[in-house]
Design a protein around this ligand. Sequence first.
Ligand code: ADP
Ligand code: MG
Length: 268
Amino acid sequence: MATGTNSDVPTQPGSGAATLAPRADGEGPMAATAVGLTKIYGSGATRVVALDSVDVGFEAQRLTAIMGPSGSGKSTLLHCMAGLDAVTDGDVRIGDTRISDLSDKQLTLLRRQRLGFIFQAFNLVPTLTAEENILLPLHLGGSEPDPEWERRVVDSLQLDERLRHRPSELSGGQQQRVAVARALVTRPDIIFADEPTGNLDSKTGGEVLGFLRRAVDDWNQTVVMVTHDPGAASYADLVIFLRDGRLVGRLADPTPELVFERIQALEG
Ligand code: ADP
Ligand code: MG
């Protein structure tokens, strides 16, 4: 059942998310690609091959879920794609930008200006208000806020009544909605989310997922999300499956039932 996952990744990535020329195989342009991505932690007796020569492309204006058993390399893949973790080998690109070509300073700027992040633990700054947290990437990146865009994001996340609250005064679901707003405020090329609903109950988790879905459908955003929850994965356009640091399958138009079957097969 493991389908060849690599044939759709060009060795020379296309012209990036800005040009929306259709590709011959029916997929749109890739917002990010990796070729031969390998990540090894430690050495000697503690050596762990977390990613073993992974070839993958994340299509622009789509919601892609990354699934796999615990320890299969999901978070490592996300972190390497996002330039949060150095790769051992391989070519990782955001659009046309090869991240290994960047200096630390350029990489920091790329993360601030072109990427958004959502983490399981929300990762808000506790001393800042919700609004200050939302605007933080703009301030750090030296970009001008776009009040119209900020308002649309805040309104659709139903945060307007909460902007002056600090994280400790917000529920988990509200904190994660602030984190989603923070990820969106720069209109990034890609939002990377690692178990974004892992600390939420299913109702609030569903709200966050519904919002990510609409950000893709209505605002042409691109989201790559790690999850171990088949229900969460079913919000995606495409699910890719990892096992032991390798890509072992993909499932388009997932349902919770189909995702569950695949995961069971991988874990069994
Ligand atoms: P997942 O997110 O799928 O649960 P991870 O990407 O976190 O998996 O981990 C993949 C493998 O790499 C695991 O064997 C894990 O123990 C190992 N690993 C992850 N991070 C580190 C690290 N900082 N140091 C050493 N090993 C790590
Ligand atoms: Mg993980």
